[in-house]
Write a protein that binds this ligand. Structure first.
Ligand code: 2AM
Ligand code: CA
Length: 271
């Protein structure tokens, strides 16, 4: 395996071990609120500390951007690791078994490597630009689902700023008319991984952070899918809004989303 991916996988598994070990003592954890409905626990911080330690030891010249500790390492490095130590913290704190570790590696601003790890199911999703995407070492691909009829979609419901709830619900209403079903599982990184491996036909969400998306975006692209912002452009990392699906389903999803776009949604909503 590519040496950088190898390190990323080791770091993701180490963080996953910390998370799983903590699962049966969630009631003893120190939990605080970062902002409305946005929780963080000791486990998030410990898992991030572990990942950063492994990455920085292997690559002291690389920078790291983590959800909990922000930026570390040399400023201006060409290599930046973008990590979410526990994606789906709310699920984790409720014992709802859907969360993941997400590690993406950028070179000169472009995502090159991505690892999403589900420590409960021990499912390891890995992607490298130009080299495809795998789940537990087996090649994965997006589905061939042609349109919305019969499609299974994933999404995220805005949880912070309620002012986005109306346009979001209008989108949801349009999409669920034809879809076979819509799931809100609570870990954006895993949702993206599920699109990549064909468990979901498509996914959209507004107000994500770079660390929620980085690795998952590359998984979808390398599995043959399309990724865009709500308007079909490539500003998903800047706007935090994302639509992804197999190439045949992506345009029909954008078409149903377009009538409900408001000006704030074209920018960077903090949902
Ligand atoms: P997090 O657990 O790393 O914060 C799904 O909507 C995404 O939003 C998840 O990737 C999750 O990442 C983030 N999120 C933060 N707070 C949330 C909440 N209260 N409910 C659902 N998702 C939340
Ligand atoms: Ca996250």
């Amino acid at each position: 395996m590519d040496p950088m991916l190898n390190i990323a996988v080791r770091a993701a598994r180490a963080a996953g071990d910390i998370i799983v070990r903590a699962m049966d003592r969630v009631d003893l954890l120190n939990i605080s609120l970062k902002s409305r409905n946005d929780f963080v626990s000791d486990v998030d911080r410990q898992a991030e500390h572990e990942i950063v330690g492994i990455l920085r030891k292997a690559y002291p010249g690389h920078a790291v951007l983590g959800e909990e500790h922000g930026e570390q390492g040399p400023a201006g490095s060409d290599h930046v690791w973008v990590i979410d130590p526990l994606d789906g913290t709310t699920n984790f704190l409720h014992g709802f078994p859907q969360f993941s570790v997400s590690i993406g590696q950028f070179y000169r601003g472009r995502i090159e490597r991505g690892v999403v790890y589900d420590p409960l199911r021990q499912e390891l999703f890995v992607a490298q630009r130009g080299a495809g995407a795998t789940l537990n070492n087996r090649r994965i691909r997006v589905t061939r689902q042609k349109g919305l009829h019969g499609a299974l979609l994933g999404t995220g419901i805005p949880f912070k700023d309620q002012s986005y709830i109306d346009p979001y619900l209008a989108m949801l209403k349009s999409l669920l008319r034809d879809a076979a079903g819509i799931r809100r599982a609570g870990s954006a990184a895993l949702d993206l991984a599920y699109v990549a491996c064909g468990r979901l036909d498509g996914f959209w969400e507004i107000g994500l952070q770079r660390w929620d998306m980085a690795a998952g975006v590359l998984l979808v692209l390398e599995a043959g899918g399309l990724v865009s912002d709500l308007e079909g452009g490539d500003k998903y990392f800047d706007t935090g809004s994302i639509v992804c699906a197999n190439p045949k389903l992506h345009a029909p999803m954008l078409e149903l989303i377009a009538p409900h776009l408001t000006d704030p949604l074209r920018g960077r909503p903090t949902v």
